[in-house]
Every structure is written in C-alpha cells, then in structure tokens.
Design a protein around this ligand. Structure first.
Ligand SMILES: *Cc1c(COP(=O)(O)O)cnc(C)c1O
Ligand code: SF4
Length: 335
C-alpha cells in the first residue's frame, strides 16, 4: 500500500502550486472560459499589486461566471484606480506600531511578526497591498533584531507570525524560528495567520504540524476564508489532519461586497468551517485601503447580516464582527 501523503510529496506539490500560479489576466480568463467583454471594468494590467492566484484556487471558481465570488477576490478592476476619500495606503496605522522593522505591537501581550512580504495569492482588498515590504531589509538580520525586541519585553506572551504570509517560508526556516521563539521564556503561545492553507492546502505538511506541536507552545493556526466554496475536500482533509495533530484552528474573513455579503453565504461559511475542524473567529469590516472601496459593506448592513447569522446558527458559529481602528487597544466590536 502507498503511504497516504508523504512529507516529500506534499512539499513538491506546494512548490508547484507557487510556480504554476496565474499571473496574467488573459490566461486566467481563458482558463475560466470568460470573454473579456463580459467584464467591462477589467484592469488587465494594473499599475501595482499584479494578479496572482494559484491554480488550486482557480479550479474552485465557476467557469464562465464573471461574478464568481472567488474570482472577484483576485481580479483587478479599474475601480481600484479611483481615489476615494478616506481610503489610504496605511489604513490600520501599522507605521506607528512598529517596534522594529516588521515587528508590530498594538495590543497587550501580543506581538505580530511579519516574517516575509510574499503571499501565495494577491487579494484585491488586502489592507497591506501598499505596505512597503521592500523596506523591511534583509530578512535574517531583521528577524534577529525582532527576536531581540521580543526577548526584551516580558509583557509579551504571544507571537503572531504574519506577513505577507508566514507559510511562504519553508518548513526548515519556520522550525528554526519556532525553536528560537521557544527560547524566549515569557512567551506562551504561538499563532500563525495565513491564507495559504485555503489556497494551497498541500502546504499543511505533517512535518510543519509536528514543528508546531512538539515544543512547549500552544499553537493556533488562523486561516482566512471568505466564501464556503473556498473550502473544498482537499482543504478539509488537510485542516482535519492539522487539527488531529493538535493545532487549534480558527478562521478570519473580510466582509466583502459581491463576495460574501449575504446571510446565507455567511451561515454556510460558518457551517463549512466547522466541518473542516475550524471555528469562525473574526468577520472584519473592510479596512479602508486605497483601491478597495468597491468592496465596502456599510456598518449598518454588516450588523444586519450578522444578526441574520445569529438567528440561524449556534453562538459558537457566529464570528465576532470587528473593525480595526488605529490607536485602539483591540479590534473594535461593531455590534
Ligand atoms: C489583529 C492583530 C493582532 C491579533 O489580535 P487578536 O484580537 O488577538 O486576534 C495582534 N497584533 C496586531 C498588530 C494585529 O493587527
Ligand atoms: S493572503 Fe492575506 S496578506 Fe496576502 S494578499 Fe491576501 S489578504 Fe493580503
């Protein structure tokens, strides 16, 4: 009998996912059997933040549907070029919260460490789409400085690995980083915020799960799915393996017009997450990042949608509706 999924196979698959990702709008549309004329506001060559979407994610889109909710999250539109009052390049005040390059401390006890600027997918609504990742400097020296800063502050009990996307690093580098963090005695918990498990599930290797669970930290993986159709059977199986390995699984979503701004979709997302071993954590109001205004759902509508979800589902399947306000001591509840 063949082994189910060896570490080596998994790692080859996720590397291939990265190399074969779509980066050309025309190729993506051809694959989806979509004529350009069906998307009048298409921006085939955006000035920045180019198209990037792995095939594994594209295969979950509906062919021939210009309004597909997965497609809308990645397709560049001319609306992004419009300047809209209140939509800025650093909507969440990251620049003011930097303790060291790539190390943000906004909330008590928690430090967020950007381990890389790269992402497997380019989400059009991303609040970090204008973040000056290139200014972060050479990565090893920068990480060491960040680790020194974390070590100097005993009030920190949790590190959130973020980015970009932390799962763009390979298993060896992540394992080395986790072991370094373990040496900082005041840390108790480790968290990863990543969209990779959803878009490229083979990245959830057994080896990496072991790295996260064999040490002294309680580890949590916070995934990012916005629509139930993102969670296919391959994703489900990979997530259930990680949960069985002892990693706590949570999800955060962004409320996006034309993607998940309906009660049925949000309720179905929560139920599908639960079937994947994941609990809904946050539903974020859109951060007003320049180029994303066409995704905005206003706060009154957001509350109405969440009320509808609450009327249908058990409390543990209702995410917390929040918004990030620069200077606050936590994400601000919108309810
Ligand atoms: C969102 C965020 C966190 C995590 O906040 P939780 O409410 O604990 O999930 C930590 N640090 C920064 C800088 C953040 O933006
Ligand atoms: S994966 Fe996350 S960080 Fe990367 S582009 Fe999407 S929302 Fe932004």
């Amino acid at each position: 009998m063949l082994p189910r999924r060896t570490g080596a196979c998994q790692s080859e698959t996720w590397r291939r996912d990265r190399v074969t990702a779509f980066t050309q709008v025309d190729e993506l549309l051809a694959f989806l059997e979509l004529d350009r004329t069906r998307i009048p506001d298409l921006d085939a060559e955006p000035e920045s933040w180019g198209l990037r979407v792995p095939r594994t994610f594209v295969e979950r889109m509906r062919r021939g549907d210009p309004d597909d909710p997965l497609l809308r999250q990645v397709l560049p539109l001319t609306a992004e070029r419009q300047q809209v009052a209140g939509y800025v390049t650093d909507p969440v005040g990251d620049a003011c919260a930097e303790r060291a390059p790539g190390l943000l401390v906004k909330y008590a006890g928690r430090a967020l460490l950007m381990v890389t600027g790269a992402c497997a997918i380019h989400c059009r609504y991303c609040f970090r789409r204008h973040f000056p990742y290139q200014d972060l400097g050479p990565s090893q020296a920068r990480l060491e400085r960040a680790l020194d800063e974390i070590a100097r502050d005993p009030s920190l009990t949790e590190v959130v690995l973020s980015g970009g996307d932390p799962l763009m690093l390979d298993d060896d580098r992540l394992d080395a980083l986790i072991r370094d963090l373990e040496c900082i005695t005041h840390l108790q918990r480790l968290r990863l915020h990543s969209r990779v498990p959803v878009v490229s599930p083979s990245r959830l290797t057994a080896r990496l799960a072991a790295s996260l669970t064999r040490g002294r930290f309680a580890s949590t993986l916070v995934i990012h799915a916005n629509h139930p159709r993102e969670l296919d059977e391959v994703v489900r199986s990979a997530l259930l393996d990680w949960r069985a390995a002892g990693v706590t699984l949570l999800n955060q979503s962004v409320l996006l017009r034309g993607v998940n701004d309906r009660i049925e979709i949000l309720a179905e997302l929560s139920e599908r997450l639960f079937a994947c071993g994941v609990l809904p954590y946050y539903l974020h109001g859109l951060d007003p990042v320049a180029g994303s205004a066409h995704f905005e759902v206003d706060d009154a509508e957001a509350r109405r949608l969440l009320d509808g979800v609450r009327a249908r589902l058990p409390g543990y399947l209702v995410p917390r509706l929040v918004r990030e306000i620069p200077g606050d001591h936590s994400k601000r509840p919108l309810e």
